[in-house]
Write a protein of this length. Structure first.
Length: 234
Protein backbone atom coordinates (compact mmCIF):
# COMPACT_ATOMS: atom_id res chain seq x y z
CA UNK A 1 0.00 0.00 0.00
CA UNK A 2 0.90 3.66 -0.17
CA UNK A 3 0.81 6.46 2.41
CA UNK A 4 -0.54 9.94 1.79
CA UNK A 5 1.75 12.18 3.85
CA UNK A 6 0.06 15.52 3.30
CA UNK A 7 -2.74 17.25 1.42
CA UNK A 8 -2.38 20.80 0.10
CA UNK A 9 -5.70 22.61 0.45
CA UNK A 10 -6.32 26.29 -0.41
CA UNK A 11 -7.89 28.29 2.40
CA UNK A 12 -11.08 28.61 0.32
CA UNK A 13 -11.69 24.85 0.39
CA UNK A 14 -15.10 23.79 1.83
CA UNK A 15 -13.26 22.01 4.67
CA UNK A 16 -12.69 25.40 6.31
CA UNK A 17 -16.36 26.29 6.30
CA UNK A 18 -15.92 29.64 4.56
CA UNK A 19 -14.15 31.28 7.51
CA UNK A 20 -11.32 32.48 5.24
CA UNK A 21 -13.50 33.52 2.33
CA UNK A 22 -12.69 37.23 2.78
CA UNK A 23 -9.04 36.68 3.65
CA UNK A 24 -6.47 38.96 2.04
CA UNK A 25 -3.99 37.34 -0.39
CA UNK A 26 -1.14 35.64 1.49
CA UNK A 27 1.88 37.20 -0.20
CA UNK A 28 4.47 38.00 2.50
CA UNK A 29 7.15 35.72 4.03
CA UNK A 30 7.55 34.97 7.72
CA UNK A 31 11.11 35.37 9.04
CA UNK A 32 11.49 33.24 12.15
CA UNK A 33 13.90 31.62 14.56
CA UNK A 34 12.93 28.64 16.70
CA UNK A 35 13.55 29.52 20.34
CA UNK A 36 12.38 26.50 22.37
CA UNK A 37 12.57 22.74 22.59
CA UNK A 38 9.57 20.52 21.80
CA UNK A 39 6.46 21.56 23.73
CA UNK A 40 8.57 24.20 25.58
CA UNK A 41 8.46 22.58 29.07
CA UNK A 42 10.20 25.54 30.78
CA UNK A 43 7.79 28.08 29.31
CA UNK A 44 4.53 26.15 29.14
CA UNK A 45 2.48 27.67 31.99
CA UNK A 46 3.73 31.19 31.26
CA UNK A 47 2.92 30.86 27.56
CA UNK A 48 -0.58 29.54 28.36
CA UNK A 49 -1.17 32.65 30.47
CA UNK A 50 0.21 35.03 27.82
CA UNK A 51 -1.81 33.66 24.91
CA UNK A 52 -5.02 33.71 27.01
CA UNK A 53 -4.86 37.52 27.32
CA UNK A 54 -7.11 39.78 25.19
CA UNK A 55 -4.31 40.41 22.69
CA UNK A 56 -3.63 36.72 22.22
CA UNK A 57 -4.06 35.65 18.59
CA UNK A 58 -4.80 39.21 17.47
CA UNK A 59 -3.01 39.46 14.14
CA UNK A 60 -1.97 42.69 12.42
CA UNK A 61 -2.39 43.47 8.73
CA UNK A 62 1.10 42.26 7.80
CA UNK A 63 0.65 39.09 9.84
CA UNK A 64 -2.55 38.38 7.91
CA UNK A 65 -0.70 38.89 4.63
CA UNK A 66 1.74 36.25 5.88
CA UNK A 67 -1.11 33.88 6.78
CA UNK A 68 -0.37 33.95 10.50
CA UNK A 69 -4.07 34.03 11.35
CA UNK A 70 -4.66 30.68 9.63
CA UNK A 71 -5.28 28.63 12.77
CA UNK A 72 -4.67 25.34 11.01
CA UNK A 73 -1.05 26.42 10.42
CA UNK A 74 -0.34 28.52 13.53
CA UNK A 75 -1.50 27.10 16.86
CA UNK A 76 -1.21 30.39 18.78
CA UNK A 77 0.56 33.69 18.28
CA UNK A 78 1.08 36.83 20.34
CA UNK A 79 2.20 40.11 18.85
CA UNK A 80 5.35 41.50 20.44
CA UNK A 81 5.27 45.28 20.89
CA UNK A 82 8.71 46.87 20.70
CA UNK A 83 9.99 49.84 22.65
CA UNK A 84 9.88 53.07 20.65
CA UNK A 85 13.62 53.10 20.06
CA UNK A 86 13.87 49.40 19.17
CA UNK A 87 14.69 48.38 15.63
CA UNK A 88 15.75 45.54 13.34
CA UNK A 89 19.34 45.12 12.24
CA UNK A 90 20.42 43.49 8.99
CA UNK A 91 23.72 42.14 7.71
CA UNK A 92 24.60 44.09 4.56
CA UNK A 93 28.19 42.92 4.24
CA UNK A 94 31.39 44.89 3.69
CA UNK A 95 31.51 45.00 -0.10
CA UNK A 96 33.61 41.83 -0.25
CA UNK A 97 33.09 38.61 -2.18
CA UNK A 98 32.97 36.85 1.19
CA UNK A 99 29.81 38.78 2.11
CA UNK A 100 27.68 36.19 0.32
CA UNK A 101 26.29 33.24 2.22
CA UNK A 102 28.58 30.20 1.71
CA UNK A 103 27.12 27.37 -0.36
CA UNK A 104 29.39 24.53 0.74
CA UNK A 105 31.93 23.56 3.39
CA UNK A 106 34.89 24.81 1.34
CA UNK A 107 33.39 28.30 1.13
CA UNK A 108 32.34 28.18 4.78
CA UNK A 109 35.91 27.50 5.94
CA UNK A 110 37.04 30.75 4.29
CA UNK A 111 34.80 32.69 6.64
CA UNK A 112 32.05 35.22 5.97
CA UNK A 113 32.36 38.98 6.35
CA UNK A 114 29.45 40.62 8.14
CA UNK A 115 28.26 44.15 8.82
CA UNK A 116 25.10 44.64 10.89
CA UNK A 117 23.31 47.93 10.32
CA UNK A 118 19.97 49.37 11.39
CA UNK A 119 16.98 49.18 9.03
CA UNK A 120 15.18 52.47 8.35
CA UNK A 121 11.78 51.88 9.92
CA UNK A 122 10.50 55.17 8.52
CA UNK A 123 10.51 53.38 5.16
CA UNK A 124 9.60 49.90 6.37
CA UNK A 125 6.59 48.39 8.09
CA UNK A 126 7.12 45.47 10.43
CA UNK A 127 5.28 43.29 12.93
CA UNK A 128 6.98 41.01 15.47
CA UNK A 129 5.38 37.92 17.01
CA UNK A 130 6.01 34.98 19.30
CA UNK A 131 4.38 31.99 17.66
CA UNK A 132 3.57 28.41 18.63
CA UNK A 133 3.73 26.08 15.68
CA UNK A 134 4.45 22.48 14.76
CA UNK A 135 7.87 21.75 13.36
CA UNK A 136 9.13 19.10 10.93
CA UNK A 137 5.54 18.05 10.23
CA UNK A 138 5.40 16.48 13.70
CA UNK A 139 2.87 16.61 16.53
CA UNK A 140 5.16 18.55 18.88
CA UNK A 141 4.94 22.33 18.80
CA UNK A 142 7.68 24.89 19.42
CA UNK A 143 7.91 28.59 20.23
CA UNK A 144 9.59 30.82 17.68
CA UNK A 145 10.29 34.51 17.36
CA UNK A 146 8.89 35.71 14.03
CA UNK A 147 8.48 38.92 12.12
CA UNK A 148 6.92 40.13 8.89
CA UNK A 149 8.00 43.24 7.02
CA UNK A 150 7.47 45.12 3.79
CA UNK A 151 8.82 48.28 2.21
CA UNK A 152 6.22 51.05 2.29
CA UNK A 153 7.00 52.46 -1.17
CA UNK A 154 7.80 49.16 -2.91
CA UNK A 155 5.61 46.30 -1.71
CA UNK A 156 6.67 44.06 -4.60
CA UNK A 157 10.13 43.75 -3.00
CA UNK A 158 8.86 41.25 -0.43
CA UNK A 159 5.48 40.28 -1.91
CA UNK A 160 5.11 37.08 -3.95
CA UNK A 161 2.39 34.63 -4.92
CA UNK A 162 3.19 31.72 -7.23
CA UNK A 163 1.04 32.26 -10.36
CA UNK A 164 -0.11 28.66 -10.55
CA UNK A 165 -2.12 26.15 -8.56
CA UNK A 166 -5.45 26.06 -6.75
CA UNK A 167 -4.72 28.95 -4.39
CA UNK A 168 -3.75 31.31 -7.19
CA UNK A 169 -6.76 30.21 -9.25
CA UNK A 170 -9.04 30.87 -6.27
CA UNK A 171 -7.62 34.39 -5.87
CA UNK A 172 -8.22 35.15 -9.54
CA UNK A 173 -11.78 33.78 -9.37
CA UNK A 174 -12.53 36.09 -6.44
CA UNK A 175 -10.99 39.14 -8.08
CA UNK A 176 -8.28 39.49 -5.44
CA UNK A 177 -5.37 41.82 -6.22
CA UNK A 178 -2.07 39.95 -6.56
CA UNK A 179 0.77 42.42 -6.03
CA UNK A 180 3.65 40.37 -7.46
CA UNK A 181 4.18 37.02 -9.21
CA UNK A 182 7.94 37.28 -9.76
CA UNK A 183 10.00 35.83 -6.87
CA UNK A 184 12.80 37.92 -5.39
CA UNK A 185 15.12 35.66 -3.41
CA UNK A 186 17.35 38.54 -2.32
CA UNK A 187 15.13 41.50 -1.39
CA UNK A 188 16.82 44.77 -0.52
CA UNK A 189 15.98 46.97 2.46
CA UNK A 190 16.50 50.70 3.16
CA UNK A 191 19.05 51.38 5.90
CA UNK A 192 19.39 54.24 8.36
CA UNK A 193 21.63 57.08 7.10
CA UNK A 194 22.39 55.29 3.83
CA UNK A 195 21.45 56.07 0.25
CA UNK A 196 19.50 53.39 -1.59
CA UNK A 197 18.30 50.00 -0.42
CA UNK A 198 20.92 47.37 0.45
CA UNK A 199 20.98 43.63 -0.17
CA UNK A 200 20.81 41.53 2.99
CA UNK A 201 23.04 38.48 3.42
CA UNK A 202 22.06 35.48 5.50
CA UNK A 203 24.35 33.31 7.61
CA UNK A 204 25.07 29.77 6.50
CA UNK A 205 25.14 28.15 9.93
CA UNK A 206 24.66 29.70 13.37
CA UNK A 207 22.82 32.94 13.98
CA UNK A 208 25.02 35.73 15.32
CA UNK A 209 23.41 35.40 18.76
CA UNK A 210 24.17 31.69 19.29
CA UNK A 211 26.44 30.62 22.12
CA UNK A 212 29.45 28.35 21.64
CA UNK A 213 27.36 25.18 21.61
CA UNK A 214 30.21 22.72 20.96
CA UNK A 215 32.26 24.15 23.84
CA UNK A 216 29.28 23.49 26.13
CA UNK A 217 28.79 19.95 24.95
CA UNK A 218 25.77 20.74 22.78
CA UNK A 219 25.10 19.52 19.25
CA UNK A 220 22.84 20.78 16.50
CA UNK A 221 21.37 24.24 16.15
CA UNK A 222 23.40 25.29 13.12
CA UNK A 223 20.52 25.94 10.76
CA UNK A 224 21.13 28.11 7.66
CA UNK A 225 19.05 31.23 7.08
CA UNK A 226 17.44 30.13 3.82
CA UNK A 227 16.06 26.75 4.77
CA UNK A 228 17.47 23.39 5.74
CA UNK A 229 18.14 22.08 9.20
CA UNK A 230 21.36 21.04 10.91
CA UNK A 231 19.71 19.66 13.99
CA UNK A 232 21.28 16.55 15.46
CA UNK A 233 24.97 16.39 14.48
CA UNK A 234 27.55 15.18 15.32
Amino acid sequence: GRWLNWIDLPIYHPKFGGKYEEHVPIDLPVFYCQMSGPNFPHMGVTWDLIKAQPNGNVVGKLGKRAGMDIQENFSDIVRFRLFDDASIWANIGQGEETDKMPHNLEELLKGQTVNWQRIDLEKMEMEVYVMQRAYHNAIDTYLSLAFVMTEKSNEAEFSYIRPDGKYYDALVERGKVVKNTTPNNNPKVPMMDMTGAKEVYGLATYGHHHMARVARGLGGGGCPCKGGDVSTYP
